[in-house]
Ligand binder design. Structure first.
Ligand SMILES: *[C@@H]1O[C@H](CO)[C@@H](O)[C@H](O)[C@H]1NC(C)=O
Ligand SMILES: *[C@@H]1O[C@H](CO)[C@@H](O)[C@H](O)[C@H]1NC(C)=O
Ligand SMILES: *[C@@H]1O[C@H](CO)[C@@H](O)[C@H](O)[C@H]1NC(C)=O
Length: 368
């Protein structure tokens, strides 16, 4: 008996050792040469730190669970794209564009900016930021730097870029900080929900096509999540603060449906393009519906925030966050916790369900 137990532990030790060395060697060799990121506060990792805006997160307790502490990430730990970078085998997180220069751009850059939208005016209620048009322009500047590094050889440059992963997640602010913010914006009275979705998709189509023209081939496009159910909306709902705002949910779905169609069209007409549609509405809904399975105990309140559902005012400087972040889906009024981000990233990377990643998952996108 004693020997058996001893053997068991030897084996366990051996397997542990094999596993750790395997992950280590994988980490040194990323599966793709580069990763470029476009988006809003869900993936911004510090681009807004130096600009005049309320959409900033470079103060404690943001980053309370991040090894380097506060960085400008709008969550307690890693963002969705930090975890995706790790799943892709990158030894380091992709740096914010605001701080990356020269040869480092070969590995990737994160152009995302809190409050950013597909439309330029989106998020102006919060102050300055880089809308998607500007993020795409910044990528264009990056390509100029890369072209010099490739000594002007467009052929090798394009072959290189065609292997990179591109991620684009926008649209939430075009609803939260535009269409549904009727005090500040007139879009709600100008457009029906369907007309607004169409207008957004028309702009987004141009912006994504521009990325393709600049060399992007493997592109992940993310739908808008279930933003009718974030603590910020739950807190605004009169009467019952555990009910989602269905008008927002339904309006978002029009955009998401069109976005999926756009991805299908891109895959048909853009030569060599491999677009993947991530249905983050479905995956964020899954987190709530199956909360218990994932170990969540609180699905309708931010871990850090003020007022009803901790969702009326976002997490303030030096505010005390909840004790156990792993029990919460939401970190603040708008943004998921690190644990939720891990689940969302793994789902999009490995999922066998086309309901989450269409037509293929990210692991398969890497391999094509
Ligand atoms: C490479 O591509 C750029 C941008 O499309 C173009 O301006 C340039 O003339 C090309 N260079 C060569 C050598 O073809
Ligand atoms: C609030 O809504 C939830 C979910 O729809 C429901 O379960 C609950 O009974 C409602 N509470 C009140 C006070 O109406
Ligand atoms: C949006 O919110 C409603 C009401 O809370 C929820 O039941 C529903 O699942 C959401 N809508 C969709 C289409 O998922």
């Amino acid at each position: 008996m004693g020997e058996l137990i001893y053997e068991f532990f030897m084996l366990a030790y051996l397997c542990f050792f094999l596993l750790t060395t395997k992950t280590l060697s994988q980490q040194q060799e990323p599966q793709v040469p580069c990763f470029y990121i476009f988006g809003d506060s869900l993936v911004d990792n510090g681009n807004n730190n130096g600009i005049l805006t309320l959409a900033r997160a470079n103060y404690m307790p943001y980053g309370v669970d991040f090894p380097q502490g506060t960085t400008g990430r709008f969550t307690n730990g890693r963002t969705y794209v930090d975890i995706l970078a790790q799943l892709l085998g990158f030894p380091n997180y992709i740096p914010p564009y605001a701080r990356v220069r020269g040869r480092a751009l070969l590995r990737g850059a994160n152009y995302a900016s809190g409050a950013a939208g597909i439309r330029d005016e989106t998020g102006n209620n919060l102050g300055d930021h880089m809308p998607l048009n500007q993020q795409v322009e910044n990528f264009g500047r990056t390509v100029e730097v890369l072209r010099r590094l490739f000594r002007g050889n467009n052929y090798t440059l394009n072959a290189y870029l065609s292997k990179c992963i591109f991620y684009s997640g926008l649209g939430s602010n075009d609803y939260l900080n535009n269409y549904f913010m009727t005090d500040f914006y007139s879009t709600h009275s100008q457009y029906t929900p369907q007309a607004y979705a169409n207008a957004l998709l028309q702009d987004y189509c141009k912006q994504l096509s521009e990325l393709y023209n600049l060399g992007a081939r493997k592109v992940i496009v993310t739908a808008v999540g279930q933003i009718g159910c974030i603590p910020y909306q739950l807190a605004r709902y009169d009467g019952n603060s555990s009910r989602c705002n269905e008008e927002i949910n339904d309006t978002i779905l029009l955009f998401n449906l069109g976005l999926k169609k756009l991805v299908i069209r891109f895959n048909k007409v853009l030569q060599g393009a491999k677009f993947v549609f991530l249905d983050s509405f479905e995956s964020s809904k899954d987190l709530v519906v199956n909360a218990k399975t994932y170990g969540f105990e609180v699905v309708d309140k931010g871990c850090c925030g003020v007022g009803r559902n901790n969702g009326q005012i976002t997490c303030l400087p030096l505010q005390q966050p909840c004790e156990d972040r792993s029990k919460y889906i939401f970190w603040d009024a708008f943004h998921p916790t690190e644990v939720a981000n891990i689940l969302l990233a793994k789902k999009s990377y490995y999922s066998k369900s086309k309901a989450f990643a269409y037509p293929i998952n990210i692991q398969q996108l890497v391999a094509v």
